[in-house]
Design a protein around this ligand. Structure first.
Ligand code: ADP
Ligand code: TRP
Length: 340
């Protein structure tokens, strides 16, 4: 893990309300971000609903995912009395700041953004675009990094925890803020990205990296019976219970390590190495450990989803606080560019 002094940091991150989290997201991103928020002087977490609009074209779906993501984070430990928790769309200053930043952002910088390049590469590979490599790509995807820069710069986030795929966007934020400051004076705070290295990637039930795109994921919030069925489907070799096995080769053991106590881990390890631990028993232990870890959050999640006004209240209170800083940033930016 990269060492960083968080005692003065304003940790800030955003989540797109596009998918329900899986246990890989929980262990690899949500839990570390919540732990980081607890150590930081200040923390901001927001739901990036205008980023999701690039993908979601259904009003009910966007609304439902917003509550689902909010309830997931709250149920998994986000404390709205410590962390400023809000919807991106409730902070209008972000969008005015996006317009200002667009004027100092080179188009070529956007051409180099990974997500845009991946989309044009896909078009080129498909070979059916004629001369139009931009087929089906909207401006929201193209200018995504500018909106993300405004998200970070408006409330003056200084440390931005992200997955590796988002590092480039934080670097672009620094470039864009640097251009603005160079042209108009030192108004914007340059953020640092923060990548949690130590967790490692959780495997999915087929052994590849757990990912929604591979369909091998175990959702964080789901019916217990369904979860048991999923855990029972984890791929294994055909070794018999009494045969010795390498625990580090086992998907079951790798997942178990994230949910079991040290003593439980040692016991499964010994069982595998010495023989005597069959895959069926190991899956049962894994299922029980996951259930234990998620029992309380699941209850809370269901309660929260049944009480949307409560979620709204927290998000509105958070937006009020986030707007105070965003208004100040926008005011300073307008002043130095010559607008009253
Ligand atoms: P997916 O691959 O399912 O689409 P995302 O790319 O949306 O997941 O992941 C969001 C964040 O969750 C990532 O940036 C990463 O930090 C974390 N994450 C995703 N999959 C895993 C995994 N299998 N193990 C650990 N962390 C993961
Ligand atoms: N782009 C991020 C993602 O796809 C979400 C996001 C939007 C974000 N704005 C942000 C993350 C600002 C950190 C800071 O996961």
């Amino acid at each position: 893990m990269k060492k960083m002094d968080l005692s003065k940091a304003r940790v800030l991150t955003g989540v797109k309300p596009t998918e329900a989290p899986h246990v890989g997201n929980y262990i690899g991103a949500i839990r570390p971000a919540i732990e980081l928020a607890a150590q930081a002087a200040e923390s901001y977490l927001f739901i990036a609903d205008y980023h999701a609009l690039n993908i979601i074209r259904d009003a009910k779906e966007l609304k439902d995912y917003t509550y689902l993501v909010a309830a997931s984070w709250l149920a998994l430990g986000l404390d709205p009395s410590r962390t400023v928790f809000y919807r991106q769309s409730d902070i209008p200053e972000i969008f005015e700041i996006t317009t200002i930043l667009s004027a100092v952002t080179p188009k070529g910088l956007m051409n180099r953004a990974h997500a845009y390049k991946a989309a044009t590469d896909k078009n080129k590979e498909a070979g059916k675009t004629g001369n139009d490599v931009d087929l089906g790509i909207n401006m929201g995807l193209y200018t995504y990094p500018i909106l993300m820069a405004a998200d970070i710069l408006a409330p003056r986030g200084t440390v931005v925890p992200v997955g590796k795929d988002q590092i480039q966007h934080v670097e672009m934020t620094r470039d864009i803020a640097g251009s603005f400051n160079h042209l108009f004076g030192d108004v914007l705070a340059l953020p640092d990205f923060y990548v949690q290295e130590s967790t490692g990637l959780l495997p999915g039930i087929d052994g590849q990296k757990m990912s929604k795109s591979y369909g091998n994921h175990v959702p964080v919030f789901m019916d217990s019976k369904q979860r048991r069925k999923l855990v029972m489907k984890i791929v294994t070799d055909s070794k018999q219970p009494d045969e010795p096995k390498d625990p580090d080769d086992s998907i079951i053991y790798q997942l178990y390590c994230h949910f079991a106590t040290d003593a439980e881990k040692a016991e499964m390890r010994r069982g595998f190495e010495e023989g005597g631990m069959g895959y069926g028993d190991a899956k049962k232990l894994l299922f029980e450990a996951i259930e234990r870890d998620l029992e309380e959050p699941s209850k809370l999640y269901n309660e929260l989803l049944a009480d949307r006004p409560k979620i709204d209240k927290w998000l509105e209170e958070g937006a009020e606080k986030a707007r105070e800083t965003a208004q100040k940033t926008l005011h300073d930016m307008r002043h130095v560019i010559g607008l009253s």
